[in-house]
Design a protein around this ligand. Structure first.
Ligand SMILES: *Cc1c(COP(=O)(O)O)cnc(C)c1O
Length: 408
């Protein structure tokens, strides 16, 4: 019965052009990457799909720090943080992260997690107690949605960016604890949440603002401190979650918040407590990544990334303007996430396939990751790209056959 059911579901997925597949990389994460060709061989593709915004994932200094960390600390942590797995390497990194975020979150404490998904589960289930209400943007990341569903608190979702509706929901709220939850940079659209306005609403309605900065940490802010620095916010009501596997190029995540919030996560966050601590060598390598991010090299990489983003937007707008009726739309984004919205699932897949044939790797993102009829190519840029990489992508899009556009 189970297998028949799974087979039927898989066929349905396939018919709706929703089947997901992985590709096997045969070289490190970088703009030019060797991947399997599906026929037993490999080929080189120009990658526009990673979240390695600063190009740190294969930075030699970080890789060397990882090797050093392994020599010093071995491979594994051996246990969860609360049992015997918490090391000096973890403690040092938490201290650095707390210091980095403290201009925006006064007296911040920081807590490390193995992943952003686990950090969000801990945050929402721990803070979202029965007396709480959670207010979430409809385009929030899946981990925030799942954390809210697991929480005892009542969850209400407001349409993307509709602060007027959020304001009304908060006004009607009877629960004494109120949590507003938002992506800082929306992962599939690239737009930055109106964080100043959200914080003003939080202050007006005695609520707290949980900011998931998976795509802003390292990228936004003068020193890469993320979206809070970018928006110039400072408040005790801010609860910040940053990830360390995207711009920071390694793995893991952290929460920076009021020390009592951090302690509550440590005392009661099940996805913090009941899991093995990240290998100390990773924490050691992350120290080097943070130093790069907040130093001159990070600033230079952010500057290059901004220039590539501007160039891509200018050239791609031009490509779209020359194809009237193509139905393509460039999302309104100022970050390195630059989605080209196509609409139909099969059309998005066909466009990704046409780019693949031209040697470009751009993932097609379909529902339920994005709303129905907004399937897209999620183009992401990295400081490791060159201007000629961007030109190659735009030229390839300009050369795609028109029938690819109107696959529906
Ligand atoms: C990637 C992502 C996460 C999850 O972080 P991981 O460290 O990859 O588990 C959480 N929130 C958002 C918005 C993300 O894009």
């Amino acid at each position: 019965m189970l297998l028949a059911h799974l087979t039927r579901r898989r066929l349905e997925r396939e018919a709706a052009a929703l089947l997901r597949r992985r590709r096997v990389a045969a070289s490190p994460c970088a703009p030019l990457q060797t991947v399997d060709d599906g026929r037993g061989g490999v080929r080189e593709l120009l990658n526009f799909g990673s979240n390695d915004y600063l190009g740190l994932a294969s930075h030699p200094d970080i890789a060397a720090a990882l090797a050093d960390g392994a020599r010093r600390w071995g491979a594994g942590s051996g246990a969860s943080h609360l049992v015997t797995g918490h090391s000096q390497a973890h403690a040092l990194l938490e201290g650095e992260l707390a210091r980095l975020l403290s201009p925006w979150v006064p007296d911040a404490g920081a807590l490390l997690f193995c992943s952003g998904f686990m950090a969000n589960l801990a945050l929402l289930t721990t803070l979202g107690a029965e007396q709480a209400a959670i207010f979430a943007d409809k385009l929030n990341h899946a981990s925030l949605v799942d954390g809210s569903l697991l929480a005892a608190a009542r969850m209400r979702r407001y349409p993307h960016g509709r602060l007027d509706l959020l304001d009304a929901m908060l006004r009607d709220c009877e629960q004494p604890i109120r949590l507003i939850v938002t992506d800082a940079v929306f992962s599939m659209d690239g737009d930055i949440a109106p964080l100043a306005e959200l914080l003003a609403l939080a202050e007006r309605h005695d609520a707290w603002l949980i900011v998931d900065d998976a795509h802003g940490f390292g990228v936004l802010g003068a020193n890469g401190e993320g979206a809070l620095a970018h928006c110039g916010l400072r408040s005790e009501r801010l609860i910040y979650m940053g990830t360390l596997g995207k711009a920071a190029g390694v793995a893991g995540a952290f929460v920076a918040a009021h020390p009592l919030v951090v302690d509550a996560l440590l005392q009661g966050g099940r996805s913090y407590i009941y899991t093995t601590a990240m290998p100390p060598a990773l924490a050691h390598a992350l120290g080097v990544s943070l130093a790069l991010i907040s130093g001159g090299e990070g600033a230079a990489r952010r500057e290059k990334l901004a220039a590539l983003t501007a160039a891509l937007r200018a050239r791609l707008s031009d490509v779209i303007a020359r194809r009237p009726g193509c139905g393509w739309r460039l999302a309104d984004s100022a970050t390195p996430i630059q989605p080209l919205i196509v609409g139909d699932n099969a059309a998005a897949l066909a466009l990704a396939a046409a780019l693949d044939a031209a040697g470009l790797w751009v993932p097609a993102i379909r529902p339920p990751t994005v709303p129905a009829n907004t399937a897209r190519l999620r183009i992401t840029l990295s400081a490791a790209h060159t201007l000629s990489d961007v030109e190659r992508l735009c030229d390839a899009l300009a050369a795609c056959r028109p029938e690819v556009d109107r696959h529906a």
